[in-house]
Design a protein around this ligand. Structure first.
Ligand SMILES: Cc1ncc(COP(=O)(O)O)c(C=O)c1O
Length: 404
């Protein structure tokens, strides 16, 4: 295919290109084919069940609309990949995405919604840079690898008080008995520990500690109803329940900003992003657009409350299968079990390998546990269909009976 116009040749309209270039026509057909496969959750040969921990499955209508918009965004004749971020077209996208976050999370007017670069890992340092004085202290709960990384980065900016840790037990539970110095600048928690499969079920434990709360909600945001206004700051990478990788969501109570005296680089100062409406520089346009589509989908199914209900059912089905057979061992304390990332092992590592290859044969993707935890991890984010959970529990039941 040659899209270039030779010198002196009349510039072709986009429509002419589309009609004349067979490859474009073919790719149109290809897109239809791809979205048909997605809508059936299938490859050409078989059904795929995506249990990836992140980037992970998104709702089928999101894939369909996003693929259409790569070719033609909102009947503009432009791809979403080529629109300017300062156009009204994109302004409408980001405005609606922010409005949907506020609506779905019932945020009050004090809380600002930002879409930023750098993934959740950048928040490990950006947040303390904005909230923690050099001589102040922040309280941190050490409940997994991501929490430990957050602790390490915060220590670059101030004093860190690790108020509890389950590291010695390979993060197999959440330590609930701890004291927080009321003078702490904030208390940081990871609401769901993606790698180990633990999740704080009762956040009231944190609400009465008397210090501002900061939470990494990367792997369970929008999956359950919480009083989000209780948090001074929430951050989350998009690539699980919010949308595509490449952007992270930050929700910040603007009252907590402007209290540290260090110099903050412009791009890292939340106040600048608030003032610029997340358009301080070129934002990840496509990733934010995918967030918008995912948020629209979430609203269409009944919002966070409905997602929570479905997530509860899916997780119960899977944990029941684990508990029903001696072959499988849940790896974390039952009361702390995550509804997003379900982790389990088998005593016999040969059987683990056999089960993994069976999963592969059956089109089950992303079932292998993280290297720090071993065994299996099945992620059950909002977009994972109930049918996929039925499929894996059927396989577990079959495998357990075969290996009694
Ligand atoms: C709880 C949690 N925090 C932080 C991260 C890091 O996110 P990112 O890769 O977007 O920096 C992850 C990644 O999976 C996570 O699960």
């Amino acid at each position: 295919m040659n899209n270039s116009t030779k010198p002196g040749e009349k510039m072709k309209s986009r429509e002419e290109y589309t009609n004349n270039l067979s490859i474009v026509n073919t790719s149109g057909v290809f897109i239809n084919f791809i979205s048909e496969l997605y809508s059936m959750n299938k490859t050409a040969e078989k059904i795929v069940h995506n249990f990836n921990a992140g980037p992970s499955i998104l709702p089928k209508p999101v894939f369909e609309e996003a693929s259409r918009s790569i070719i033609d965004f909102n009947n503009t004749g432009l791809s979403i990949l080529e629109i300017g971020h300062r156009t009204q077209l994109f302004q409408d996208v980001i405005d609606e995405a922010i409005a949907l976050i506020k609506e779905l999370m019932l945020l009050d007017d004090e809380h600002e919604v930002l879409f930023l670069h750098g993934g959740a890992s950048s928040q490990f340092f950006q947040m303390p840079m904005n909230l923690l004085h050099d001589d102040a202290k922040a309280a941190y709960t050490d409940t997994g690898v991501w929490a430990a990384k957050a602790i390490k980065e915060a220590a670059l900016y101030g004093n860190v008080d690790v108020v509890c840790s389950s590291k010695e037990q390979n993060y197999n539970h959440l330590p609930k008995s701890f004291h927080v110095d009321p003078a702490s600048a904030y208390l940081h928690l990871t609401t769901n520990n993606t790698i180990y499969g633990t999740q704080w079920q009762d956040l009231s434990l944190f609400y009465n500690k008397g210090v501002p709360l900061v939470a990494d909600m990367s792997s369970d945001i929008l999956s359950r109803v919480l009083d989000f206004n209780r948090f001074e700051l929430i951050y989350a990478g998009a690539q699980k329940n919010i949308g595509a990788a490449g952007v992270n969501l930050v929700i910040v109570n603007k009252k907590c900003l402007g209290k540290v005296y260090r110099k903050i680089p412009s791009m890292l100062d939340y106040r600048n992003h608030i003032e610029a409406g997340s358009l301080l520089n070129t934002p990840p346009v496509f990733a934010i657009y995918v967030c918008l589509l995912t948020l629209r989908w979430l609203k269409s199914i009944g919002g966070v409350a409905e997602a929570e209900k479905q997530n509860y059912i899916k997780a119960a089905l899977l944990y029941d299968a684990i508990d029903a057979h001696d072959l499988f061992n849940g790896t974390v304390a039952k009361e702390d079990r995550s509804k997003m990332n379900v982790c389990f092992t088998m005593e016999n590592t040969d059987l683990e390998k056999e089960f993994l290859s069976l999963c592969k044969e059956e089109g089950m993707i992303g079932v292998k546990g993280h290297r720090s935890a071993g065994g299996f991890r099945v992620s059950l984010y909002n977009a994972v269909p109930y049918e996929s959970v039925v499929a894996i529990t059927d396989l577990m039941n079959y495998f357990a009976k075969k290996n009694v």
